[in-house]
Design a protein around this ligand. Structure first.
Ligand code: PLP
Length: 390
């Protein structure tokens, strides 16, 4: 049984976001999937659960709807939702055994690095971090025991792009799976499975939820055996999202396409402003022509999203001054909500990579560009950056 709502396959992205897995309730016509706030289900008879529902750690109808919609958007046969992006990643790592080797991109979310190096390395998994902008680096890191290649594209926080198809060809030739964290791009921007990735992982806390009001994660994939193993792990380990969180995420997903277009439109103007600003040293936005991999980004993505990073010439003190002076951009971790956020990854989201080869520049600022009026956002950055010329 596939988890994707195949009846929606004929429709475009925007339609699937609203309808896949979300048919009106056959009993009363409710057009919005209810929040099935129940832990258990009355059975028709011994061993006769209704529609397969026995207990909400195992399955819940609100979660089923979300999983079905997400699978449809990622073009996957299956999706499974978790209590957070990290819960999804943790469960995923239990597909592997002590001694297995995972090659990871050398620019990933700090919490992913922490999970790998500070937790799973103690249980026998081996990790190498390489710059995947050149797929040859993946080839050189492959070993007989390499079981997975883990990438983010664009990466968090320096927006490196990875040629998924090229890396997938290398990984598959060596018997390894490709796992793509699609949090930044979202399925609206890119669908990694179409380029050869085997498993997509998400922090749905970000653009999928889209309103900074829920923490959730997911995986999406095509392989039935891996799905069944992950479903078993999801139930056995229990890192599931509650029905309310699934409902909030599903509501967010309905507007993903319009939000992503608005994020991108604002980010394009802000990137153009930053590219000309005398205080800016390097700009990292795959949608801007100055990005060294802009061509690859344009090939792989149909929307560049709202994440922009940049370094300031005069150093970390100036960066701190800027992030403390914005008024509309809130100084906060996380990303992907309708409201604009600003942060310094070196001491915030990526503090756990300090001292490692993944260390991010101390003068790096990351913006999550929201969907407010762009002139207000530009004016806010202008005032925060005034007097911080290089
Ligand atoms: N992956 C990426 C790219 C992230 O940015 C984050 C969080 O910031 C995560 C995974 C972890 O997700 P969560 O915070 O939902 O556990």
């Amino acid at each position: 049984m596939t988890q994707r709502d195949q009846s929606a396959d004929q429709f475009g992205f925007e339609t699937r976001a609203i309808h896949a897995g979300q048919a009106p309730d056959p009993n009363n016509g409710a057009v919005t999937i209810p929040i099935y706030q129940t832990s258990t289900y009355a059975q028709a008879g011994l061993g006769q659960p209704r529609e397969g529902y026995e207990y909400s750690r195992t399955d819940n109808p609100t979660r089923t709807a979300l999983q079905s919609a997400l699978a449809s958007l990622e073009g996957a046969n299956y999706a499974l939702c978790f209590a957070s992006g990290m819960a999804a990643e943790t469960t995923l790592l239990y597909l592997f055994k002590p001694g297995d080797h995972i090659i990871c991109s050398d620019d990933v979310y700090g919490g992913t690095y922490r999970l790998f190096v500070r937790i799973f390395a103690d249980y026998g998994l081996k990790f190498d971090f390489v710059d995947m902008r050149d797929p040859a680096n993946v080839q050189n890191a492959m070993r007989p025991e390499t079981k997975a290649v883990w990438l983010e594209t664009p990466s968090n926080p320096t927006m490196k792009m990875v040629d998924i198809a090229a890396v997938a060809a290398i990984a598959h030739a060596g018997g390894a799976k490709v796992i793509a964290d699609n949090t930044f791009a979202t399925p609206y921007g890119t669908q990694p499975l179409k380029f050869g990735a085997d498993i997509v992982v998400h922090s749905m806390t970000k653009y999928l939820g889209g309103h900074s009001d829920v923490v959730a994660g997911a995986v999406a994939l095509n392989d039935q055996a891996d799905y069944e193993r992950l479903k078993y792990l999801q139930n056995a380990m229990g890192a599931i999202p509650g029905p309310m969180d699934c409902w909030l995420t599903l509501r967010g997903i309905k507007t993903l396409a319009v939000r992503m277009r608005a994020h991108e439109a604002n980010a394009m103007q802000i990137a153009a402003f930053l590219a000309e600003h005398p205080a800016v040293d390097k700009l990292y936005y795959p949608g801007h022509p100055s990005h060294p991999q802009h061509e690859l980004a344009a090939k792989q993505m149909c929307c560049f999203g709202g994440m922009i990073s940049f370094t300031v010439k005069v150093g970390p003190e100036a960066a701190q001054r800027i992030v403390e002076r914005t008024k509309l951009f809130a100084l906060a971790e996380s990303l992907g909500g309708v409201e604009s956020l600003i942060e310094m990854p070196g001491v915030m989201t990526h503090a756990s990579v300090a001292g490692s080869t993944l260390e991010v520049p101390a003068n790096l600022i990351r913006l999550s560009v929201g969907i407010e009026s762009v002139n207000d956002l530009l004016a806010d950055l202008q005032q925060a950056m005034s007097g911080v010329e290089g």
